[in-house]
Design a binder for this molecule. Sequence first.
Ligand code: ADP
Length: 696
Amino acid sequence: MAKTIDTKHAKPTAAKLPTEPLSAEDYRSFFETLGEDVISSATDSNGNIIYVNEKFVEISKYSREELLGQNHRVLKSGAHNPEFYSNLWKTVSSGKVWRGEIKNRAKDGTFYWVDTSIAPILGKDGKPEKYVSVRFLITERKQVEEELERRKEHADFLASATALLISSLDYEEVLRHIAELLVPRIADWCVIDLTSADQGDRSLNRVASSHRDHSQLRLLRRLQTEFPPDPDRLLGAYQVFKTGRSEFYPDVTEDYFSRSAHNGEHQEIMKNIGIASIVRVPVRSRDAVLGVITLARTSSARRFTRDDLTLAEELGRRSGSAIENARLYQRLQDADKRKDEFIATLAHELRNPLAPLLLNSELLKKDIEEISISDERFARIAESAASTGRQAETMARLLDDLLDIARLMSGKVVLKKEVTELQALIERAAQTTHPLFESFGVALSIAPSTALTVYADPLRIEQVFVNLLNNAAKYNRRGGHVDVSFRTNGERVQVMVKDDGIGIEEAALQRIFDIFTQAGPKNTHSFGGLGIGLALAKNFVTLHGGTLTASSGGSGQGSEFTVELPLAKEDRLNPRSATILVVDDNADAAHALSEYLKRMDYTGVHVAHNGEEAVAMGKTLRPNFVLMDIRMPGMDGYATVREMRQHDAFRDTMFVAITGYGQEEDRRRTQAAGFSHHFTKPVDLSGLLNVFIQTT
Ligand code: ADP
């Protein structure tokens, strides 16, 4: 018998055995020897089926008659890319055996997997004239594999989405990134609709749309502008929004189109975008539906499953709680801001009637000094006038502190720095507090120092020392001492304000810098005060790039406060003439920031719209500051800074990140990439100006 073909153990080269053409009967008798489980077929050199066995017919669900003469392509499932088939053909047409796993589609649309060997049978000319194939059904194993793969993909996706959701409070921006993450991993296109942050708002607004085929995005947008979701439809986003129940159409039919489209044109666009399978899920917070996520697949070969629905619903829940948190945080911040504004207004309003009061008591004092009447009653009037004056002054100081703290809280304090003598500042503070030292019977001594200059806002630093000296006198006893001394290492200066007063308990040392905190024993508060003096002092020192610390041996052991400040550098640059390069792909954002800086008299502001342009411009500009957006198409902020740091032109540049992301992790990343400062959008503008002021 010459006609034997060993297909089961297909060798890497083709069987050359047949010398005469094989008949269908030959194939049948041969394949039948392989057993009932084998699916076998033979095709001619073009892939047209010339033989199929019983099993083939059974599995493919086509009849033998339908199959014979058909091209093998009829079984294609769409699961493999064209490259997969071209490899297969390349192998077998070059005379080799191909082995692999194929997903096929049966006549009824169901899929099955086969472990396949295809061997060419070579003709006399050495070219394949037929192909025989043997397959074994592996659908079950593949289903398990696919299931595991899908679960892993879903878990990975949820992990990335969750990381994104908690990375920023700008949830609309985050949802745009999530839409990009969903396509094409989970869906072929997706849109996300949300209600606004106004409570009680029942209308949906599109915040994100993404399509795997970029050219289709235009259609997706057209759909939104021309046929926005309709609140009265029984199908679609509003229905999900109203009921909180998901919509799940794994197999979209004509009926779906006619029920959800407004008219023929609408239907046409929907079909062009491609909707073979669609899922809509609510974006759900603890007790409300905040929006809807719509996911679609364009090919029926990749229909959504229940698992996909579960994934989408989970995403909806996580997005909902992230949005709720962000909105709550925003509301809290607004309330906090209103409180600060209220304190500022209150302090301001209370200060208004104080001004004439202070003036009157000053006039009264003068008049009393000029007239001398030796009457006891007159002496009493003189004393109460003087006392009224002192009380009014104390009140004015408290209100000033309150105003300052409100300004600090809302970031409205901008320093007016100049090169200034530290010793002179402290002398002035001593003069201001002199009456208090007198009345408490506390002695003050200031050590002489060499000329120490700091680059500072003189009024603010003087205020710091006024507060420290005031406290040193207040929290003291009659006959106590306060000593001011200096220490410097050439770069920084330390000023110590040391008293031998009531001291501070260990546990209270950190707390005393918190706003509205008073730490001493209750009776000390007969000294008055709001508990904001130290909070103010620490904030002002920090704004100057310095530190304020306290130490004490404990109750009755006296206290020491240390202010550390950087000394002024000789060749100081005026910050307003610094060269600043603003880099942002969002042209409006870049323009707004640069215009703001120009209005604040910064004369050297330039704008670049992407990383490449920024590097090129920077090489000639040699900027002092680069304000860099992080997320940009092409070269992102990190890559741009990495590139810049390679060039000499950026040797003295300070990099400032301006980004939507403000988590600890993001800050670490920007810091690691070489950024010295990290601002989240919307940028705290006075904070940014202070960066320029502090570092030039
Ligand atoms: P206030 O003096 O208005 O209470 P401060 O913020 O200036 O507020 O100080 C906070 C608290 O720190 C004070 O209430 C006091 O208990 C404690 N404190 C500040 N300075 C001293 C000092 N030199 N000695 C002892 N306690 C002090």
